[in-house]
Design a protein around this ligand. Structure first.
Ligand code: HEM
Length: 397
């Protein structure tokens, strides 16, 4: 077997993901080992799916591929995910549907539209500040700030507290520890939870606290794990934004095309291409509920199955020239936001935010260029830059 320097055993090596070598490996696996067994080590044993159709099939058959035992690979030493069986992402039907329904209104198209003016004003102010600084760290100054403020807004965090929340969640994210282990952050959410018990409110925290699920209110643990689930999952949006701005900086012809064709509908296809290209969620995990066969390989009940999302999104049997960043790509049925019952609940919000960001960049910025240090994240769960310095040059200078 020749897979350059990289073999399927390296899939659990964050360095291979950080260097981008993993794309070469996934390309080889899609062709030669699309359903591959990864022997246990620090991580439990798992099957890898790398082809688009197989990944889509697993997402769309939750009765066979369950989310209830966790959706991310965790070192065996850590034991089961504390949210297993308790939060929206980590439950199966019918509980999953009920938990999703509890807060769904906050993530609807109607809600996104009602927040659009506020979101656009914030994006404009964040981009203006970055342009005035000349160079900025696209991760902290743009991506994380926009995604953290957005989830804070949905949860009902007071505007004055949003910068503090950003600092706490940046710390938690950088340390790689679960948000629940970060005392000030959790204390803040605990106070907010009790406040909503006293005075109900029409925000996601109010819905967690006051809307019944299958006839009962959630326990305090379920509420706090639900909040953590939302805050953690929304980090993906910040990474996609940061990696998307970087991609525009390193593809000047695509950026010029966006500027020229903004009014011709290119922004709509550009949003989808940025999501496909950046694929900031690296994997989803499932557990087989029964024996099943994929591409002739027998997966036993109880086996873990890992769906490698960026691999699906570069599958050459689905995407023409998948390694080309093409803002006009159509069709573009990427799986960056998952699909099926667990499809990203934040997807409407994430798409609106990305569209407004692209429009604002076109309005305010003439040139986007890499301007110094850039460090990739070392993770098998999310991918994108850890930090990256870019220069945004104002239009008209
Ligand atoms: C570009 C941005 C985003 C990407 C790439 C992304 C990616 C994903 C993916 C791949 C899934 C499916 C997971 C699975 O099936 O196991 C998912 C689910 C989820 N996402 Fe996102 N996400 C993004 C933005 C957001 C935002 C902004 C929020 C919150 C405001 C959010 C909250 C969630 C939640 C709660 C789920 C679980 C839904 C369920 O299990 O029913 N995501 N996301």
């Amino acid at each position: 077997m020749t897979v350059s320097a990289c073999t399927p055993a390296d899939l659990d090596d964050p360095e291979r993901h950080a260097s981008g070598e993993v794309h070469q490996l996934w390309r080889w696996m899609r062709q030669h080992a699309p359903v591959h067994w990864h022997e246990p080590g620090d991580l439990p044993g798992f099957w890898s799916l790398t082809r688009y159709d197989d990944i889509r099939h697993a997402y769309q058959n939750p009765a066979v591929f369950s989310s209830g035992q966790g959706v991310l690979l965790r070192p065996t030493a850590l034991g089961e995910d504390p949210g297993s069986g308790l939060t929206m992402a980590l439950t199966d039907a019918p509980r999953h549907r009920a938990l999703r329904g509890q807060v769904a209104d906050r993530f609807s198209e109607r809600c996104a539209r009602s927040l659009a003016a506020e979101m656009r004003a914030e994006i404009r102010s964040v981009v203006t500040r970055a342009v005035e600084k000349g160079t900025c760290d696209v991760v902290h100054d743009i991506g994380a700030r926009l995604s953290s403020h957005n989830i804070a807004r949905l949860l009902g965090v007071e505007p004055d507290d949003r910068e503090q929340l950003l600092r706490w969640s940046t710390e938690a994210f950088e340390s790689g520890k679960p948000l629940t282990s970060h005392v000030p952050l959790m204390r803040y959410f605990i106070d907010m939870m009790y406040a909503r018990m006293e005075i109900p409110a029409d925000d996601a925290m109010g819905m967690f606290v006051n809307n019944e699920v299958q006839g009962d209110l959630l326990t305090e643990t379920e509420i706090l794990l639900g909040v953590e689930n939302l805050v953690g999952a929304s980090e993906n949006a910040g990474l996609s934004i940061a990696a998307g701005v970087l991609a525009l900086g390193s593809h000047p012809q695509q950026w010029q095309r966006l500027v020229r064709e903004r009014d011709g509908g290119l922004v709509r296809t550009a949003v989808e291409e940025v999501l496909r290209w950046t694929s900031s969620a690296t994997h989803s995990m499932r557990t087989a509920t029964v024996d099943t066969v994929v591409q002739g390989r027998r997966i036993a009940a109880g086996d873990r199955v890992v769906l490698w999302i960026p691999s699906a999104n570069r599958d050459e049997s689905v995407f023409t020239e998948p390694d080309r960043f093409d803002l006009g790509r159509q069709p573009n049925r990427h799986l960056a936001l998952g699909t099926g019952e667990h499809v990203c609940i934040g997807s409407t919000m994430a798409r609106h935010q990305m569209r407004m960001l692209l429009e604002t960049l076109v309005d305010l910025v003439a040139v986007i260029e890499p301007a110094g240090d850039m460090e990739p994240l070392r993770s098998i769960t999310v991918n994108g830059p850890a930090y990256a310095t870019v220069r945004l040059v104002a239009r008209g200078r």
